[in-house]
Ligand binder design. Structure first.
Ligand code: NDP
Length: 256
C-alpha cells in the first residue's frame, strides 16, 4: 500500500462527495485523496467512474468507499452518510456537487421540471447537510462545500431553475455558517464558470463557446481539477476564517 500524503492539508480527514463518478465531483475525490483524506464517493449512474476514482484514490494511499446515491432521495442521502460514518467513523467534509442543468425557456418550463432541478441542485444539499451535521456538531468541527455556479450569481436565460437553485446553495452555505459557525462547522460555496466536463462541454462547443472564451480575462475555460483545488482549500484548515464565502474559479468571467 502506498503512503498517504501525511503532510497533506486533509490528512486524517474523511470527505464525502456527491456525484463523485465524473466531472467536477470525480476531480474533487482525487484532489481530496491527494491531500490525504479518506473519501466516500456517491454516484448515481456513473458507477464505473466512481469505482475507478476509488482505485485511483487507494493508489494515493487513502481509503475509499463507493455508494450508489440518488441525491433527490432523502433516504439514500442519509444512508450514504451513515455508511460513510460506519466505515470511517466520521465525516469531516461534505461536498454537495451533484447537479443537472437542463435548458428550458422559462415560459415552457413545467412545474415538474422546475421541481426536478430544485430537488437535485438545491434540496439535495439540504438533505446531505442535515445528515452530516449531527456528527460534525458532536465533534465540534466540519466543513461543507456547495458547488454553486457563476449563473447563480448573475441569472441566465433558459436555466432559471438552475440559476435559482445555485443562488439558493450560496444562501444555504451562509445560513449554515451563521447557525453553526460558533460550534465549529463552516459552510462555503464554490461558483465555477464554464468547466471542461460533460456539462461544461455543451457550452464550450461551437462559435458561441469560442467567443465566450475569448472574452474571459484568462482566455480559457476551467478544468475540473482547478475547481477541485478550491474545494480542497475550503475543506482544509487553511480556510479556517472563511464562513459563508464563495470562491469563484471562473477565469475572471465574473468579479463579484
Ligand atoms: P456533469 O454533468 O459532468 O456531472 C453531473 C454529476 O452530477 C454527475 O456526477 C452525476 O452523477 C451527478 N448527478 C446528477 N443528478 C444526480 C442525482 N439525482 N443523484 C446523484 N447524482 C446526480 O457536471 P459537472 O461535473 O460539470 O457538474 C458538477 C457540479 O458543478 C454541478 O453542481 C454543476 O452545476 C456545477 N457546475 C458546473 C459547471 C460546468 O461548466 N461544468 C459550471 C458551474 C457549476 P451520475 O453520473 O453518477 O449520474
Amino acid at each position: 500500500m502506498p503512503d498517504r500524503n501525511e503532510s497533506g492539508p486533509l490528512h486524517g480527514r474523511v470527505v464525502a462527495v456527491t456525484g463523485g463518478g465524473r466531472g467536477v465531483g470525480r476531480a474533487v475525490v482525487l484532489a481530496a485523496a491527494a491531500a490525504g483524506a479518506d473519501v466516500a464517493i456517491a454516484h448515481r449512474e456513473s458507477e464505473a467512474g466512481a469505482k475507478s476514482a476509488a482505485e485511483e484514490a487507494r493508489a494515493l494511499g487513502v481509503e475509499a468507499d463507493v455508494h450508489r446515491c440518488d441525491v433527490t432521495e432523502r433516504d439514500q442521502v442519509f444512508k450514504f452518510v451513515a455508511a460513510a460514518e460506519r466505515r470511517f467513523g466520521r465525516v469531516d467534509g461534505l461536498v454537495n456537487n451533484a447537479g443537472i442543468m437542463p435548458e428550458s425557456p422559462f415560459l415552457e418550463t413545467t412545474a415538474q421540471e422546475w421541481d426536478r432541478v430544485i430537488a437535485t441542485d438545491l434540496t439535495a444539499a439540504f438533505h446531505a447537510s442535515q445528515a452530516v451535521l449531527p456528527g460534525m456538531l458532536e465533534r465540534g468541527s466540519g466543513s461543507i462545500v456547495n458547488i454553486a455556479s457563476r449563473l447563480g450569481q448573475i441569472g441566465w436565460p433558459g436555466v432559471a431553475h438552475y440559476a435559482s437553485a445555485k443562488a439558493g446553495l450560496i444562501a444555504l452555505a451562509k445560513s449554515i455558517s451563521r447557525e453553526f459557525g460558533q460550534r465549529g462547522v463552516r459552510a462555503n460555496s464554490v461558483a465555477p464558470g464554464v468547466t471542461n466536463t460533460d456539462m461544461g462541454r455543451a457550452v464550450m462547443a461551437g462559435e458561441v463557446g469560442r467567443r465566450r472564451m475569448a472574452e474571459l480575462p484568462l482566455g480559457r475555460f476551467g478544468e475540473p481539477a482547478e475547481v477541485a483545488d478550491c474545494v480542497v482549500f475550503l475543506l482544509s484548515d487553511a480556510s479556517a476564517l472563511l464562513l459563508g464565502q464563495t470562491l469563484n474559479p471562473n477565469s475572471g468571467g465574473l468579479m463579484p
